[in-house]
Design a protein around this ligand. Structure first.
Ligand code: ADP
Length: 313
């Protein structure tokens, strides 16, 4: 099978995750259990694709600190090509402090560190790693000026562009929006971009119309446990999520997006690519963590086979 090249642009963080009985009130000290996870939306998506057997390039910016070195190492071990990654002297790597209560509620503080210092010129240099006929995937954690430059380069380089608008921020130019092939928001992001509350497939239809008005060729909205809705100018379809026992929904959207990009790169037809992304995301939510919960291609194939049998029964 001829796989197209794939390159991700986005953030990398170290997630410091404290599990606590309940969230603390101001001034209060509580005991909790700490787990460190490599995270960041860009890194999670690149790892999702690598776990599926692809060799994606990834551009992000790390500090030259212990955290940066360990994040770089874990990306390499996951099979991500790290040559394009910028290591910033004297800058700190991104990190996130996450507190999760027993009832699932959470509090998060992020220090974006080096992620925030990515410039348009840096992204332009990194774009040398975009090979002909590539699929490029970007999220909104990098500075908007850098994203605008990357998206503008599409006209010249001719890549296909998948854009996960998270976290939603203003400032993406109309030309940049018009260069997007697939915009892939979750329900919250779709609401923030369109003002339409997405609660089900019916409301997703309306939000997708507004999303397409922003300029992308297609909208692919993820609806958590409900599944995903796809629309472009000619066709639309909804696919349900796979029913699974949810353990931790961290990085479900990243799993979906990384797998959707990987599946398109492997030449799957659109609908099959969305279905495989739903399967990867479903497996992701059955495991704890972010990158550690991304399934391998073998696990996804097994899962899809078991689902077909269930459907036939
Ligand atoms: P995000 O993680 O960005 O908030 P979503 O919550 O929409 O994104 O989840 C992304 C995808 O993850 C969904 O489209 C679905 O495939 C999968 N997913 C999320 N939650 C569940 C769930 N409870 N059961 C099965 N699949 C899920």
């Amino acid at each position: 099978m001829n796989t197209r090249p794939l390159m991700f642009f986005g953030t990398t963080n170290l997630d410091l995750c404290f599990n606590v009985e309940r969230l603390p009130t101001p001034g209060e000290s509580l005991m909790g259990g700490l787990t460190r996870y490599p995270g960041g939306k860009g890194a999670n998506q690149a790892v999702a694709a690598a776990r599926l057997g692809l060799k994606p390039h990834f551009y992000t910016r790390l500090g030259d600190d212990d955290v940066g070195r360990s994040l770089l190492q874990s990306l390499r071990e996951a099979g991500v090509c790290t040559e394009a990654i910028g290591i910033a002297r004297g800058e700190v790597s991104g990190s996130a402090l996450v507190m999760v209560g027993d009832d699932g509620s959470n509090m998060i503080v992020i220090d974006p560190g080096a992620n925030l210092n990515v410039t348009a010129d840096m992204v332009q240099s990194a774009a040398e790693f975009i090979e002909p006929d590539a699929i490029v995937v970007a999220e909104m954690g990098l500075p908007i000026s850098a994203l605008n430059r990357l998206f503008e380069m599409k006209a010249d380089k001719g890549f296909e562009l998948i854009f996960k608008p998270a976290p939603v921020r203003p400032g993406l130019s109309p030309a940049a929006w018009a260069s997007v092939d697939f915009v892939t928001p979750n329900q919250t992001e779709a609401f923030e971009l369109t003002g339409i509350e997405v609660t089900d497939f019916d409301s997703a239809v309306h939000a997708a119309v507004r999303l397409l008005d922003l300029g992308p060729a297609a909208a692919l909205i993820t609806l958590g446990a409900k599944g995903a809705y796809y629309a472009d100018a000619k066709r639309s379809f909804a696919l349900p999520a796979f029913p699974v026992k949810v353990v931790d929904t961290t990085a479900a959207g990243d799993a979906f997006n990384g797998a959707f990009a990987a599946s398109l790169a492997q030449g799957l037809p659109l609908r099959d690519a969305v279905k495989r992304a739903l399967a990867v995301a479903a497996l992701c939510v059955t495991r704890r963590g972010a990158q550690s919960s991304m399934p391998t291609a073998g696990a996804v194939d097994e899962f899809l086979k078991s689902q077909t049998i269930l459907e036939l029964e």
